[in-house]
Design a protein around this ligand. Sequence first.
Ligand code: NAD
Length: 283
Amino acid sequence: MSVQKVGVVGAGIMGRGIAQVCALAGFDVTLVDVAEAALDQARNGIAAGLERQVQKGGLSAQQRAASLERIITSTDYASLADADLVIEAATENLELKLRILEQIAEQVGSEAIIASNTSSLSISQLAAVVSHPERCIGLHFFNPVPLMALVEVIRAVQTCDACQASTLAFAERIGKTAICAGNRPGFVVNRILVPMINEAIFVLQEGLASAEDIDTGMQLGCGQPMGPLSLADLIGLDTLLAILEAFQRDFGDPKYRPAPLLRELVAAGRLGRKSGEGFHRYR
Ligand code: NAD
């Protein structure tokens, strides 16, 4: 189950970062999205991201050009047909992801690995709609993908040993450190991180401190590189809300209830960096 060609479905914040690191590691990448505009933005974003690496001296201009040439974009799932590994990184919504995984499985060969980058959904439930569920696995990246060294590898109950071994080997080839996590909502890192961010939103909502002071407090008091509200803006408030709702639903524990202020901002379309405003404003 050696991986040569990679498909990425969903060209948002995560999908474009995943496509970038895979192309940089020498894989041919097909990036698929339903929205042409998302694919255009992804191409521009990847080109700009690689250019920053050139400016910092971490990459040659030839490597940048070669990486960009390795990425093709498409709105047609049929373009995934020859992929050895497809990483699903579309919007965090169960019904949508089930449909997408079915569509991916219809296109790829029976040997291909289908991985989901979901933050909160059950990999076993996602695998259940796929014709070869033993080839399904969770491969959870962190944002921003080019900078964050970690991936979580999550086995579904159906996942076979060979699929896990190939996925771990792939993670190493793209320069990431993998940890293996159990298939529970949020896996390891988000299970700990997301309730902390939610609590920061409750603290803001209760008027205990400003957004700036909450972030400064957690940066300087806890050594966090970025405060929790800035991190929420980076993740995307809609994605964060979807993760908390999944935790609340699947664990049945009210401690995961999303802060009402989070719901309000999402309803108002303030989704964080991607919309230009969340807890902070971005140009
Ligand atoms: P995003 O909103 O930035 O992008 C989602 C993309 O999916 C959009 O471009 C959208 O057009 C596309 N899409 C929607 N329906 C589609 C379909 N049927 N086929 C193909 N593409 C489709 O979201 P994101 O932040 O990149 O999150 C994507 C996934 O990654 C989610 O499962 C999320 O939980 C997970 N994740 C997000 C983060 C984060 O910090 N944002 C971190 C780790 C994992």
